[in-house]
Design a protein. Structure first.
Length: 241
């Protein structure tokens, strides 16, 4: 197994950062292909401007290359994915269309539960970018807060039982602490671009470790610390999108 230099050691030394310390995402994906095929929920973390949305796009394209699936985009800002939305089947505004999102996940949960009972498959890729705007604690009316609660309930159930149905969920968030713990603890794959605080790293990974996304250099957009929760060793690696 290759031993990687840690980002924090590189960042705090005079040593030049070189590509030998990381893997290209496509190489990492193919190396762990079976795990990615089994991962119902993948979460991308990262501060603004770290290349998170573009990396998510590359990830979704890789998933789509392996299966013929419907793709639904729920975009919290409503603009991040606008350049690519013509390629997708369904686009919802994650900050304002709560009724539409609630309806979508209610139908999807029913489809997943039916697929479990009948042994059928319902291939679906769901992307939720800027998810903190959907799951924010403030700014929702009482009715909106109830809708968000019901959305979270359905989404959590989907990621818990969706493996055999072919559903894959990809979530992007700026802050680990802004994502409900019921989702964080069910993530199979976790990618973290540069983070601002160790508390965010701990929320994302469950601990502060090495390599740490907090010490990713500002000029390394698309560089991520990845943890494969399907592996018992919990080893973190560096991946460049």
């Amino acid at each position: 197994m290759t031993t990687h230099k840690t980002i924090d050691n590189l960042f705090n030394s005079n040593e030049d950062y070189s590509s030998q310390d990381e893997k290209a995402f496509t190489d990492y994906y193919h190396q762990h292909r079976e795990d990615f095929d089994s991962a119902v929920l993948t979460i991308f973390y990262g501060a603004p401007g770290t290349g998170k949305s573009v990396s998510m796009l590359k990830y979704v394209e890789q998933l789509q290359n392996q299966r013929e699936a419907n793709i639904t985009i729920i975009d919290g800002k409503g603009v991040e994915w606008s350049y690519w939305t013509t390629d997708y089947d369904n686009v919802l505004d994650g900050d304002s269309d709560l009724v539409g999102i609630y309806t979508f996940f209610k139908v999807l949960r029913n489809d997943v539960e039916n697929a479990l009972r009948t042994g059928t498959s319902s291939d679906e890729i769901v992307v939720i970018d800027e998810s903190y705007l959907l799951f924010k604690d403030e700014g929702h009316s009482e009715v909106e807060a109830l809708l968000v609660e019901l959305i979270l309930e359905d989404l959590t159930r989907i990621v818990q039982i969706g493996r055999s149905s072919g559903v894959r969920v990809v979530i992007g968030t700026q802050r680990g602490t802004a994502l409900p713990i019921s989702l964080r603890k069910n993530a199979s794959m976790k990618f973290a671009m540069r983070m601002l605080f160790e508390s965010e790293e701990e929320a994302a990974f469950g601990s502060v470790g090495s390599p740490s996304p907090v010490y990713i250099p500002k000029n390394r957009n698309g560089l991520a610390v990845v943890e494969n929760a399907l592996k018992a060793d919990g080893v973190r690696e560096l991946v460049q999108f």
